[in-house]
Design a protein around this ligand. Sequence first.
Ligand code: SAM
Length: 291
Amino acid sequence: MSIPADLEIKRQVRQFYNQVGWQRVGDCCYQNARYEDLRPVSREYIHRCHTRVLRHLAPSGSFMLDAGSGPIQYPEYLEYSKGYKYRVCADISYVALQEARARIGDQGLYVVADVANLPFKEEAFEGVMALHTIQHLPQSEFLQGYKELHRVLAPTRTAVVVNRWQSSILMRVFYPFMFLAKHLLHVYRKITGRHTFLKVEIPPERRNDAVPPTRTFIHRHNTAWLEGEVGALMLIEILVWRSVSTRFLRTLIHRRIGGRWFLRVIFWLEERAPHFFGTYGQYPLVVIRKP
Ligand SMILES: C[S@@+](CC[C@H](N)C(=O)[O-])C[C@H]1O[C@@H](n2cnc3c(N)ncnc32)[C@H](O)[C@@H]1O
């Protein structure tokens, strides 16, 4: 019997996170952190971007939904649910939930669930977030994902969704510089023998495939789709989470050439024009409001 394409996508995504994405790499992080810039020079900027999520979530309540919680991988993520009695972690990866439990224990409720078919009643949550999760849904279920987040959100409360745009005009302006810097860095690393990639070792009990996947399904949408399709059904506001991509950070931001100051300026600009940078930058922060 053949598996429908959409189900097969979800099976692959789950397999990827169980076997690769949420495997620990050394003491510091998960394999998934490979897609983030963890260098000290970018730390302050990334930390400040993480804290933006807090501004748009009600500070307290009984239940907060973290849809596609992963393992609650960054310390800032713990702050989001501090004022809540329970943080409900819903994820299709059981490894994500095991790791999340190790982090927040009894404050968490852990549910293997699909964000496009949430097993919760209407208006059950006073706070809802889905950070980098919807992008893993098959294209045909994108809208359903947003509808589900809206359905389970309590009246007068807000949900926060963060994803990456398919393409960012702002980042495209910097492509030639990134391209050049990437090649210069490549030469520099070859000469100095420095490598920054994280290598993952999959423990034997989680190796149930001959060849573990190296990447997984991601589909990204654009502003027109979000405003047209989602905006027609619910109140949304596009703000900025982070306007620059990880590639931008890794290629153009360096301590010795004033990288930290450059990022301070970028953050300052983002704060002045959050809608502009959310729309044209790399990562929007979408606030869903329920009247
Ligand atoms: C990129 S990770 C982000 C994790 C976390 N939100 C964060 O920002 O660190 C995506 C997470 O979404 C989960 N996920 C993917 N598709 C999902 C779906 N259809 N329903 C629920 N969770 C899903 C994955 O298992 C993974 O843990």
